[in-house]
Design a protein around this ligand. Sequence first.
Ligand code: ZN
Ligand code: ZN
Length: 158
Amino acid sequence: MADLFGGLGGFMKGLSSFMPQDDPDTKIFNANNELNELKQRELQLYAEIGKKVISDVGSRPEFSDIVSELQENQRRQIKVKETLKTAEDEKKEKQRIEQEERKALTCPNCDYVNPEGVKFCQECGTKLGAPGKGTCPGCGTKNPPESRFCGECGHKLL
Ligand SMILES: [Zn+2]
Ligand SMILES: [Zn+2]
């Protein structure tokens, strides 16, 4: 049993070494693997305690080694969960930035998504990055270009 999980864990670790290590996805992948290994080990330790209780009937079973490993295991699980949470937040932030970059490349006039590094829309020539006339800076709603206030949220338009 232990060998099977050890082998699988080793395989997963080998696999993750091909992934970029500073990528949040890799961190999430690694943290999940470590958490799974810790949980497997935790179950093994509980099973060992159970075995001792049965086989050492009559004598006083000695649990201190197992209990201290269990406590250490559970401390590590808490730490790995924190790592996992940090990596998930990082991933969300990365996705938000990517979305923002995509928004900056989307033409405010015709919605064409331009390639990176382009300053003017390749489809209609509108300057990118600047909101189109009538586009609300508050909520992003597109109003007729002559509008002075946003019809959606009442924000003053440029
Ligand atoms: Zn355009
Ligand atoms: Zn608005």
